[in-house]
Design a protein around this ligand. Sequence first.
Ligand SMILES: [Zn+2]
Length: 288
Amino acid sequence: MPVNLQNKIVMSETNRIKIIPMIILIISTCIYASALNHYAMFGDNTKMFEAKIKPAQSIYNVGVQSLDSVSETRVDDGCIGSDGRKIETNNLSEDQLKIYNSIIDGMSEFEMFKTLYNQLIESESTFSISFEKRKGYNNQSVDGQFTPGADGGGNINFNPEKAKDLSPLAICEEFFHAYQNDNKSNYPSEFNFEFEAKTFSIAATGMSSSLYQGMESWSNDLVSGKYGDNIAVISSKSVVNPLFLMEYRSSAKQYVSFNETHNIGNSYYRKNTACDPKSLTNIIKLTY
Ligand SMILES: [Zn+2]
């Protein structure tokens, strides 16, 4: 983990105290969004980056330990935003809920993820969480998947068999797809949502993998601090800098041509990027 992320974790203590009450609250009604929409917009396998990243469990442990003092105040039925909408966990069994809470606790080490999660809680849309075995575009089992709801919101699903070992990169990616969908009006022209989501995941966690195929050099630039400062992998200044945006687009183009050449992913992996990464920009500016 880069030094700047170590700093970030230390600095996150006070923010965490503020944030925990927001992700602890209640709810019981449930609209199972995926039932409204039967196509899977995104399906992502995490096994492709298992080899290089820090094991997720050790990260969760850090979070769980440091959150002991507040865990007794947690109410395990979901999260509710100030407008009454929420992230719903009613579909989860008791055991799955424990795993989910542990995932979210662990992910609170990452400032950008916390911002993202709060944006979803505060959204006017409802997002449901489920742990079900599902298939992706190529009929293979996927570790994580976001399915947009017919009226906004959607379902974030994780493979129950992998839930305890999910990569923070994969967790970031699926929640970010939910945020992208919630902000789709910010994309006036064609856009590669996969490239933005993977860029977000690297920036949020400081993790990279040579197995993020087709974006190795971009990913190396990010984690090496080319666009960062002492707390952020991509600083709030960089993310709106024309040079960054130009390099973002050319890297997205390389990613698409890699996917085309090697026949990787569904059509979402091959979209052009004709506008700026607005969801990434929003989260970075809200975080730093
Ligand atoms: Zn994805």
